[in-house]
Write a protein that binds this ligand. Structure first.
Ligand code: BGC
Length: 444
């Protein structure tokens, strides 16, 4: 493995709803995921994040695992329904106390805290008022940002506003496979704009409260056309426009990509007001990049969407069925650099990882060689991008430990640490030791 630059951040990422549990403790209010999990058929086997990996109670043990791993940065998310249960009004002291303790405990272990404000757990009362389809939710995010920053600002290395606003728009509001489960199809575009506006307003609120470095995280998938036919090339460009550009062009270029293929007019989402794009495009200090896989795209007919996904032959697949294509990460990073040039801020890989069917052997050990292969390939792909001149400052794998994988419930295991969800016993997998050794070699 090549040597990464000095100061390169090595870490893991998690999110509140996926690990914390304690859904009704210390005044936490319901989020859209609590509600969605109650909907029959929404989540595999009717599972919920009520207990998840019980991190809310077991966090000291989890932080010890992080210290053993030797990471220098930890990306976690703050639960909005813990900090401000109604989604407006004053903060809950108990909610802030939890993240205050966590932050201090990370710093005591030499780990830089990288919180995400919003990783999908919108307070239910805000959804009842329209959720991300309502412009007001953007202002609520900024208010919540200020409450959180007033308590934590001085101790945070890099503050991420949103996780994957496109995924929230597509799965939560267009297709309805994630919370809040709305099926608005092409009419969901305002949810993207309101999240981006919320990002811009929240970034300003964070800075006003003294946060030094602000970022946003998007999910990217290189769009590979299924053939060289005109129809497939057009379909791949349309996919690229929503998946890769809808939530990045406004941030870095101050304009939306053309969305005519989605029936959108010249302002894209159809709800953009004067001045919004300037708020959204205020410079950020870093861009968070989540990468899991490329997507092969073909033209679709008879569907509201102008494209469909096809399997990519010739690559191994994860337990989720996602193709393992490390070179896709190098391609993505160099494409971002070529597309945005000197407007592209430094990049952190804020998520990258894979699900594996990790059944413990008779002696309890978990030999997850496919995960080691995945991580090794993708970390090398980051090194290739750095060699090609892309400014990447850190790599945070998804994820520390097995967790509640959204609509898949506990069915997909992405962790370096195995969690037995009956006993909550944590068992580091072979990949944990592999990553620990890699970090030690890089830091040594
Ligand atoms: C999300 C994570 C999720 C992971 C794997 C990312 O899009 O940010 O919360 O667990 O993908 O599906």
């Amino acid at each position: 493995m090549t040597r990464f630059p000095d100061g390169f951040a090595w870490g893991v990422a998690t999110s509140a709803y996926q690990i914390e549990g304690a859904a009704a403790e210390d005044g936490r209010g319901p989020s859209i995921w609590d509600t969605f999990c109650q909907r029959p058929g929404a989540v595999r086997d009717g599972q919920t994040g009520d207990i998840a990996a019980d991190h809310y109670h077991r966090w000291p043990e989890d932080l010890d695992l992080m210290a053993e791993l030797g990471i220098t940065a930890y990306r976690f998310s703050l639960a909005w329904p813990r900090i401000q249960p109604p989604g407006s009004g004053p903060a809950s002291a108990a909610g802030l106390d939890f993240y205050d303790r966590l932050t201090d405990a990370l710093l005591a272990r030499g780990i830089t805290p990288m919180p995400t404000l919003y990783h999908w757990d919108l307070p239910q009362p805000l959804e009842d008022q329209g959720g991300w389809m309502a412009r007001d939710t953007a202002y609520r995010l900024a208010e919540y940002a200020s409450l959180a920053a007033q308590r934590l600002a001085d101790r945070i290395g890099l503050w991420i506003t949103l996780n994957e606003p496109f995924v929230v728009t597509a799965l939560g509001y267009a297709l309805g496979t994630h919370a809040p489960g709305r099926e608005l199809m092409l009419a969901a575009l305002p949810a993207a704009h309101h999240q981006l506006l919320g990002h811009g307003l929240a970034a300003a609120a964070l800075r006003a409260a003294g946060v030094a470095r602000v970022a946003i995280t998007n999910n990217y998938s290189p769009a590979w056309p299924a053939s060289r036919s005109e129809a497939d090339l057009t379909a791949a460009a349309a996919y690229d426009a929503v998946q890769n550009r809808l939530c990045t062009d406004p941030l870095l270029l101050g304009s939306y990509p053309g969305l005519a293929a989605f029936g959108a007019g010249p302002d894209g989402p159809g709800c953009v007001r004067d001045g919004d794009l300037a708020v959204i495009a205020a410079p950020v200090d870093a861009l968070g990049v989540n990468y899991y896989r490329p997507v092969r795209v073909a033209a679709a007919t008879g569907s509201p969407l102008p494209f469909r996904e096809e399997p990519i032959p010739g690559f191994p697949v994860t337990a989720f069925g996602w193709p393992v294509v490390p070179a896709g990460l190098t391609e993505l990073l160099t494409t971002l650099r070529d597309r945005y040039g000197d407007r592209l801020p430094p990049i952190y890989i804020t998520e990258n990882g894979c699900s594996v069917t990790d059944e413990p052997a008779a002696d309890g050990s978990i030999d997850d060689q496919p995960r080691i292969g995945y991580l090794d390939g993708h970390i090398r792909a980051v090194a290739d991008a750095i060699t090609a001149g892309v400014d990447v400052r850190g790599y945070l794998t998804w994820t520390l430990m097995d967790n509640f994988e959204w609509a898949e419930g506990f069915g997909q295991r992405f962790g370096l640490v195995h969690v037995d969800f009956e006993s909550q016993r944590r068992t580091p997998k072979a990949s944990f030791r592999w990553y620990r050794d890699l970090i030690a070699a890089q830091r040594g």
